[in-house]
Design a protein around this ligand. Sequence first.
Ligand SMILES: Cc1ncc(C[n+]2csc(CCOP(=O)(O)OP(=O)(O)O)c2C)c(N)n1
Length: 523
Amino acid sequence: MITTQAIDIKTSEAVIETINISGSQAILKAMVAEGVETIFGYPGGAIMPIYDALYDFLPTLKHILVRHEQGAIHAAQGYARSSGRTGIVFATSGPGATNLVTGLADAMIDSTPLVCITGQVFAHLLGSDAFQETDIINITTPVTKWNYQITDPTEIPSVLAKAFYIAKTGRPGPVLIDITKNAQLQKFDFEGYIACNHIRSYRPKPIIRKEYIEQAAALINSAKKPFVIFGQGIILGSAEQELKTFIEKGGFPAAWTILGMSAIPTNHPQAVGMLGMHGNYAPNVMTNDCDVLIAIGMRFDDRVTGRLDKYARQAKIIHLDIDPSEIDKNVKVEIPVWGDCKETIPLLTKLIEEKQHTEWLNEFRKLEAKEVEIVINDELNPTSDILSMGEVIKTINNITNGNAIIVTDVGQHQMIACRYAHFNQSRSNITSGGLGTMGFALPAAIGAKFGSPDRTVIAIIGDGGIQMTIQELGTIMQSKIDVKIVILNNQFLGMVRQWQELFHEKRYSFVDITSPDYVQVAK
Ligand SMILES: Cc1ncc(C[n+]2csc(CCOP(=O)(O)OP(=O)(O)O)c2C)c(N)n1
């Protein structure tokens, strides 16, 4: 609990010291109380009182001035994903706020905890089409975990406490708080900041049902071909060690979704690669061969499953997830294991038998060898003298030894990077998985570096994606941040071109893209 409580020396009773401060000061006090260190933002008329108050909170609060609000929110996402903390964004009303929408949608679908503060016109002007007024609450309702408009400063401490609590608990997500200018300016009696740890009718974690754990363990113990597939839930739940212990005790082959990648080292002896459309051959084929599929912290996205009527029809599926709405959403499961996987995995580990499924794991290895022969060798060791994307990733692996944070944009380079990058450490693969947002990587890499300043951060971006948010080079210049940028320039919108090649009879429509001299621009 964080309060400004003091002890009355005469009565020895706790008294609450009230101070008369502005709404803006209260917002920033809340940030400090929540342990915020870094804010990504861009000022404007309707948020000027907060920026004015910020002046007095430096350097406790650090503010990174981006070049576009989309850059601010992707940077906050990168920060959250690399550090495990909540990302913070400030933006003004109207166009500033609407520039956040793509990032909100991205954070929502990729379960990234954010608290975004937008300025809003004076309360008495709401609904009058005032200058830079936009109804950001209605606009962002489908792409936020929670949003709320404050028109009265006395609401600020409790609403911000809820915002932080909702963003980071249960399945994390973005929260947007819109604050009218009068609420930022008006003074009120601030009675301290009390962090929130309970909201009636909001249950971040479902109650664990022991009978389902027991049923799941019995099914796993009877399996001949058990297969673990895991997603970002492992990373979000800090359950990396729990997962490792589970798969090692049970001897299970384990594959990751694109967002689950790096939760266990990519060279773990039981790792069998990435699932999905652009993933590895063995885990995709074996999904349709296993007898028990143990899905943990993943949501059966269509890029993973393909056609649902042909997906793992033979398997009995156990699904561990913190979000009950994910159970039976896309794939019908045999046993639902609701709960935080940091708690449910160890309960399951206790009940499973120690086994090795050597023959079963070897079947994966055989398919893997086929993929190496037919695809991977060509991608990593091409015969022509044109540098391939795979070679670049291989070279990066050799330099970083799998210790860097790799932030990718969207397209062919993303898929090649995710197929071939080596990772030793969790929270190292940062990419826009669910929304597939081009322009994500450069600002997200900036945020990732602020979130993990001691780590090497490498952004890998296509020539299309870099041109979407290239202005954030200015942020790098101003904040003097060390982000390595690798542009894989194939002179095409490669991924779209690939689809035109495969599914549109090579009718290449608007996929040639020219580039500036990036080295000159970077200079
Ligand atoms: C904002 C946005 N607009 C459009 C797309 C559709 N899209 C997906 S991949 C891609 C091509 C990306 O080209 P490039 O950045 O050069 O990367 P490459 O595929 O060549 O590696 C496009 C246009 C998208 N994902 N995001």
